[in-house]
Structures are given as structure tokens and as C-alpha cells.
Write a protein that binds this ligand. Structure first.
Ligand code: HEM
Length: 257
């Protein structure tokens, strides 16, 4: 494991507006009554809720063998490419559901407004995945979804039909993952001997604007008025999404692609 990688993990566990120890377990402290300081505040913002309810999931994601190999530069190139193909299905499903929810007459006007204000065109990653797949010589339209990917797609459709606000919880996970991916993209370039930008548009979609766009996502989410039920639905969808992405990586490593 490189120093850089360790640094990224420490950063990921201390990415809070409230200073707290760099100890990776500190963010779990709020579950123990005696522990202080904590990351949880009395009136957490929606982004604090999402972050604090998925800290364990993020740790598990970082420790998953697929992500670990990616971070160590040992992931076979064909598995990296296979993952891009699966993520194309993931993003295509989510992005089209978000677009549809923002337009549909059937969507609750408050939900419509929240989605419209939070989801910006630049967040749509489908085109980057297509470009990367083409770079690797893969016809994007020929990639079949794995079982875990197909499940993700049908879950998106089911949420879109019964609780479209939950789609923002999924968007949180994928948009948030750009933070770590930007750093991982440098390892990918080195590992496969690629020139900057080649095959990594998806992993580093915003370049120098990464921090700005992540700050904008957080600010836009926090500026919305969500009901407690809606926040719970987003949290649930975010946790589900972390697990789905892990399962997709697991299936790729198990050679099911
Ligand atoms: C080895 C793998 C990974 C590393 C090294 C990593 C690293 C990071 C880092 C450094 C940040 C913090 C950025 C900041 O606050 O400035 C971050 C945030 C985040 N990452 Fe990861 N990440 C990894 C995998 C993943 C995966 C697989 C997902 C989702 C499927 C993910 C989702 C997120 C999310 C949602 C955030 C935002 C957390 C928040 O609300 O502050 N990460 N990651």
C-alpha cells in the first residue's frame, strides 16, 4: 500500500466540517455514549446524515479486494475495463431515472424541485464511460449486465416508481466516489501505462474542479428541505448503492464478466 493511498484513506475518514481526530475509528465514536468528540451533531444536515450513515460502508468499500487491487495498481486491466462496462449500466439507469423524475408530471413538485436543483448536467457520467470503453476498444453497447448490475438497474426503476427522492441517495454515493476516484485514476494511469486522460475520464471527470463540484453538491443538497422520511429513504438507498457497487466488483473478480 502506498503512502499516498494511506493518505487518501485518512482523508476519507476525516472529511468533516467539524474537526475530529485522524483516527479512522473516530467517525464511529458517536455510537458509544461515552465517546467524544463526535461527528454527529444534534441537528445534522442531510449531507452529514448521509456521510455518517455510510461511514462503515465506505470503509468496507475501501477494503473490498476489488478496490484494494485498484488502489495498489494490481487490478488486471481487463477487470478495470469490465467494471467500466458495468458502471455504464449503473449510470445510464440512474441518470435517465433522475432526468425522467425531474420532468414527469407524476413526480411530487417538491421532489422534482430538489432533483432539478441538485443534479447538474455535468454530473452525468454516461458519456465519459462510453469514451473510456471506446478507448479500450470495447463497443459500449455490447456489454451485458452482470447479475448485481441488473439488480441495481431494477432497484433504480423500483425507487423511481415509489420514492424518486431516494435516487438522490444513489447520486450521493456515485458523485461522492469521484473524490477517491480522482486519486485512484493516477494509479490506473501508471498501472496500465496510459497517458493522462486515457481511459480515465470517468474516474476523474471534473479535473481541477473536483473540490468545487463536490462542495456545490453538498451545498445544494443541504439547501433543500427534506422530510425525515425522505432523508431516511436517501440514506437507505445510499447504503444499498455502496453494497451494490461492491457486489459488482466481486462478480467481476469472480470472473463472471
Ligand atoms: C480504494 C477505494 C477508495 C478510496 C481510496 C476512496 C477515497 C475517498 C476519499 C479520499 C474521500 C474524501 C474526499 C474529501 O472529503 O475530500 C472519499 C469520499 C467519498 N467516497 Fe470514497 N474512496 C474509495 C472507494 C469508494 C467507493 C467504491 C465508493 C462508492 C461506491 C466511494 C464513495 C465515496 C463517497 C460517497 C464519498 C463522500 C463522503 C462524504 O460524504 O464526505 N468511495 N473517498
Amino acid at each position: 500500500m502506498t503512502d499516498l493511498f494511506e493518505g487518501a484513506i485518512t482523508m476519507s475518514t476525516s472529511s468533516s466540517n467539524h474537526p475530529h481526530p485522524a483516527d479512522p475509528h473516530a467517525s464511529h465514536a458517536h455510537s458509544h455514549a461515552h465517546a467524544a468528540p463526535t461527528t454527529a451533531s444534534a441537528n445534522p444536515t442531510v449531507m452529514e446524515r448521509l456521510r455518517d450513515s455510510t461511514t462503515d460502508h465506505h470503509t468496507a468499500a475501501e477494503q473490498h479486494p476489488f478496490q484494494k487491487s485498484l488502489a495498489m495498481g494490481t487490478l488486471p486491466r481487463e477487470q478495470y475495463v469490465a467494471n467500466l462496462g458495468q458502471l455504464l449500466h449503473v449510470h445510464r439507469a440512474l441518470e435517465s431515472a433522475l432526468r425522467a423524475a425531474a420532468l414527469a408530471d407524476a413526480t411530487d413538485p417538491a421532489v422534482k424541485a430538489a432533483i432539478t436543483r441538485v443534479v447538474k448536467d455535468y454530473q452525468h457520467q454516461e458519456a465519459y464511460l462510453i469514451a473510456d470503453l471506446k478507448f479500450f476498444g470495447v463497443d459500449p453497447e455490447t456489454v451485458a449486465p452482470l447479475a448485481a448490475t441488473a439488480k441495481f438497474v431494477s432497484h433504480v426503476q423500483s425507487l423511481a416508481a415509489r420514492a424518486p427522492i431516494a435516487l438522490l441517495g444513489m447520486q450521493y454515493v456515485l458523485e461522492g466516489s469521484n473524490n477517491g476516484s480522482k486519486f485512484l485514476s493516477k494509479i490506473v494511469l501508471r498501472a496500465y501505462g496510459l497517458e493522462p486522460g486515457d481511459g480515465t475520464r470517468y474516474m476523474d471527470p471534473y479535473g481541477a474542479r473536483q473540490r468545487e463540484y463536490w462542495a456545490a453538491f453538498k451545498a445544494d443538497m443541504n439547501a433543500q428541505t427534506f422530510t425525515a422520511e425522505q432523508i431516511d429513504q436517501m440514506v437507505e438507498a445510499a447504503r444499498w448503492t455502496f453494497e451494490a457497487i461492491e457486489k459488482i466488483g466481486g462478480e467481476i473478480q469472480a470472473g463472471q464478466h
